[in-house]
Design a protein around this ligand. Structure first.
Ligand code: ZN
Length: 339
């Protein structure tokens, strides 16, 4: 049987993913020291509201509240024994909201980084990373996730470990990396590197791409980098709503719904087939993105870096490491954030 995401991609030209998880939960009162995954049990209505916000705004795909739901990260909250339970609950709530929506909506089981540095730079072995991701994957599968969704990865070995875990769990998967360091991931991977790497995996992702990072402009430069590799594999764009800024002690994203609508249309023209937001992207942004994708015609040509910069603002670095022209830059410090 064909999985739901593959079915939808056969029926549709583009699909809209969701927006921010972290930003939305902080707005509901989560504090930065809390493990969001505990809310799957303690505050299920908040998680239902998080999912429903995306679905009601037109998302075809939404991610479960399980980004940090691996044993290594949950250990910080003394909840390392609850991996299966918390992931299953994240997916069960998702299944409930998706099934009640009256249309086809994909429940994507979010899997974030382990939080540990992998060998040889750190102490995490490939096998233990696989084991951690596999445990999480089985919980998400039990809860009814349609697909696994690996995100915000920096290290190629960690991406490969997640791919192996999806294989062990016999689940379709998607995987994005975060290109937040002058166009590369923190571990130095370029868009071209990822596009090539996914084709070498024994269980390649249904779709691959970029999430989070710096701003929407940088993210689209990365999407152009994927597209330049000529892969037929669907590309995912999940950019932040503008640039993070500290305002009154909080991180605030300055991207308006109008800016994210422009971003969504440009993302499609750059070659992305799955388009969503990341940090700072609220249902209001998603609604504007959906409307723009439905009403604005597709361009005949790929946007240039100049067009992206003039619409969304300049890039954080002069080059993205792939050797292409950089386009206008704007000095910005990157900030790592969870989605
Ligand atoms: Zn993010």
């Amino acid at each position: 049987m064909t999985d739901l995401l593959t079915q939808l991609m056969m029926e549709r030209d583009w699909l809209m993913a969701d927006g921010a998880t972290g930003t939305t939960l902080f707005n509901m009162g989560l504090t930065s020291g809390d493990a969001p995954e505990l809310w799957n049990i303690e505050k299920p209505d908040n998680i239902r509201a998080l999912y429903k916000g995306a679905v009601d705004a037109g998302s075809d795909i939404f991610l479960t509240n399980s980004f940090g739901g691996n044993a290594s990260r949950l250990k910080l909250h003394d909840a390392q024994d609850r991996v299966r339970e918390l992931n299953r609950a994240a997916a069960e709530l998702g299944r409930e909201v998706a099934d009640a929506s009256g249309r086809k909506v994909v429940v994507a089981g979010s899997i974030g980084p382990t939080g540990d540095i992998m060998e040889p730079m750190g102490s995490l072995t490939f096998d233990s990373a696989v084991e951690m991701f596999h445990e999480q994957a089985e919980g998400l599968k039990e809860g009814g996730a349609d697909v696994l969704w690996v995100e915000t990865i920096s290290a190629p070995e960690e991406y490969k470990a997640a791919a192996r875990a999806a294989e062990l769990a016999d689940m379709p998967w998607c995987g994005t990396m975060s290109f937040d360091t002058a166009g590369r991931t923190m571990m130095g991977i370029t868009s071209a590197d990822l596009a090539k790497m996914v084709e070498t995996l024994s269980k390649p992702p249904l779709a691959f791409g970029a999430n989070c990072g710096v701003g929407a402009a940088d993210l689209l430069r990365t999407v152009l980098g994927f597209a330049a590799q000529g892969s037929e594999r669907p590309i995912i764009a999940k950019g932040n709503a503008g640039i993070p800024k500290y305002v009154d002690g909080h991180i605030h994203y300055d991207g308006t719904p109008e800016l994210m609508a422009d971003y969504a249309v440009l993302a499609r023209d750059c070659g992305a087939r799955i388009i969503g937001g990341c940090c700072g992207t609220t249902p209001e942004h998603l609604r504007a993105m959906r409307e723009a994708l439905e009403t604005r015609p597709r361009s005949d040509s790929r946007p240039t870096l100049e067009q992206i910069a003039s619409t969304l603002g300049g890039f954080s670095s002069a080059s993205d490491g792939t050797g292409d022209d950089a386009g206008p830059s704007r000095e910005r410090r990157s900030r790592r954030r969870r989605s």
